[in-house]
Design a protein around this ligand. Structure first.
Ligand code: COA
Length: 253
């Protein structure tokens, strides 16, 4: 079965990350498939809202660390801005349709930073949001260094982005980036209800309003580039390579 499933439920396109044995860790192929699916909806008038979901227990564990390890140890520098993560983030940024996230489990790294490109987030209390970039020897990505302090204030963003503290769905709701805390196992069902509500609204007015409410895309793209420059350099650093190796070779108790 594919690692990315796509289905339409009336005017709603549902994109499901589906690699449960690896907690939905994102491979290059998965990023590119989601990005292509998002781009394909941009001019599709039949689609009025997009839901991005995971599987029970995992929205996504973030970038596949084996892939980071391979990219960081390679002599070939991955051209800046061409990584799957970057491709997905740009696709999220340019997508004009309302984006609803359904989170039921771990949402790590880009799993959390993606939330700031969504318009409505449903999460179960048992979900875990975390951005362990600094602990991995990396730096924030996804324009999170710009969007997270803006959404929740510098201090709370510092706790997540620099200290790497984990928070659950309820705390994320209090922090302001989860709209709704769903009952256990109900994140996707609730997200579909929200998407159906949005899909009933006049689409042109929704698209214009979304654009007006968001920061200018050029400003966000500029932050992607600045973070990406540091991220790319850090990914090759001894501290990052040691952290990736530590995770991949960790001993189970
Ligand atoms: N990259 C590659 N593989 C990953 C992964 C990732 N980001 N996250 C989880 N996996 C794999 C594990 O290696 C394990 O594979 P295995 O069974 O073949 O050994 C499998 O997914 C299940 O993960 P496990 O750690 O056993 O599950 P858990 O429920 O105990 O913990 C997490 C889940 C997400 C908290 C934990 O896996 C984790 O911290 N992952 C790394 C997250 C991360 O740092 N992402 C990068 C952010 S920039």
């Amino acid at each position: 079965m594919s690692d990315i499933l796509v289905r339409d439920d009336a005017a709603i396109r549902v994109i499901t990350m589906n690699r449960p044995d690896k907690k939905n860790a994102l491979t290059q192929e998965m990023y590119h498939t989601v990005a292509k699916t998002l781009d394909a909806t941009a001019d599709d008038k039949a689609i009025r809202c997009i839901v991005i979901a995971g599987v029970p227990g995992a929205f996504t564990a973030g970038n596949d660390l084996a892939d980071f390890m391979a990219a960081g140890s390679s002599n070939e520098k991955r051209a800046f801005g061409t990584s799957g993560g970057s491709t997905l983030l740009h696709a999220l940024l340019r997508n004009p349709k309302p984006l609803v996230a359904a989170v039921d489990g771990v949402a790590i790294g880009i799993g959390t930073t993606m939330m700031f490109h969504c318009d409505y987030v449903v999460a179960t209390k048992a979900s875990t949001f975390a951005t362990p970039f600094v602990g991995l020897g990396l730096v924030p990505e996804g324009a999170s260094s710009l969007l997270m302090p803006r959404a929740m204030g510098h201090q709370r963003a510092f706790e997540l982005l620099v200290m790497g503290r984990r928070i659950d769905g309820e705390a994320a709701h209090q922090a302001g980036f989860v709209n709704q805390v769903a009952a256990p196992g109900q994140a996707e069902a609730e997200a579909l209800k929200v998407a159906a509500e949005i899909a009933k609204l006049p689409p042109e007015a929704v698209a214009i309003s979304k654009r007006l409410m968001r920061l200018p895309p050029e400003q966000v793209a500029e932050r992607f580039a600045l973070e990406g420059k540091h991220f790319g350099e850090q990914m090759r650093s001894p501290e990052a390579l040691a952290a990736f190796k530590g995770f991949l070779e960790r001993k189970r108790a």
